[in-house]
Design a protein around this ligand. Sequence first.
Ligand SMILES: [Zn+2]
Length: 385
Amino acid sequence: MTDAELLERLIRFPTISSESNLDLIKYVADLLQSHGINTTQIDDPDQAKAALFASVGDPSVPGILLSGHSDVVPVAGQNWHYEPFYPQIESGKLYGRGACDMKGFLAVAINVMISLAQKPLSRPVHLAISFDEELGCLGVKDLLLHLKHIEVEPLLCIVGEPTLMNIALGHKGKAAYRVHCHGQEAHSSRAPLSVNAIYLACDVMAQLRQMQRDFKQHGARDEAYDIPYSTVHVGKIEGGKAINIVPQQCDFDFEIRHLAEDDLDASLNTVFEQAKEIVAQAREEHPDSNADIQFECMSRYPGLNTESDNAMVQSLMAHSTPETQLIKVAFGSEGGLFSQYLNAPVVVCGPGSIAQAHKPDEYVELTQLDACHQLLEQFTAHICE
Ligand SMILES: [Zn+2]
């Protein structure tokens, strides 16, 4: 099967993050096994989804780890001119959900593994396929614990998110939280005698806005990013029932996207401590109010910051085309977690452009699949054969 044919096959599994990916995982596992490649399936606790790990070559020595996610973002509400799950090739572009993010890389990586399985290897090549990446890198953690447990030590980990085959050495980390603010319901004419949950939320948000100013003025800076400092953002809020009722409940969502150099835990602790003070003050003024603010973590992954002078990075660069650049990217990936859990250098490098990801008529150019195939084939031959 060509890379394009395999990609078409993978796109036909509608592995939207909310749905099961087991059919795709079984298909890939069967395909790899039919070429004599060992695979391990790592089930999600509720068994609706699974990650897959496969290796060629001697797994007891350090090798190359290729990594991708099997899930794709939803298509509901998007205006597609092509069928998202019945891929089509037109003018050198393959259209379908997941074409660039990131089943294109998976198709190439699987085919490269299959051809490596026929050869004697001095070092192994591993393939790790996760799920629930699009929900904030949730599904990769059991896979990483498995890799830690079996002592996989990669010389380099390549996460195949779309970079137009440039080599990304960094991205910001991210934490997303839902904040639940509880006040005390009352008739609005008696407002000063009660705790307004919307005001509690406003007080926390004022602190978050101050945190943004502090990041901009005093935080770490990395000019490789468009926004060279850590960012804080509130994206959703819900609270109150009517103008004549003091609101009892207000919930809002915020995120921090931080440079790897900024201490996320310290920033979050500041937010938590400030919220405790806001609650303490509300309870002091209204002792019978049960005022409270609770934080619910929705997702979290660390930033990535790989050194450009790493020997493996230099070797990958040497096998790339002359126009390949070392870059940093605005989007997050599982790369930060791979680097944290496995303590290995990690780069993000894959076919297609992030500009096409998550959008209607997502596509990957066939020349990008070819460029990816050539790079993985030549690089793994150089390191592992
Ligand atoms: Zn992706």
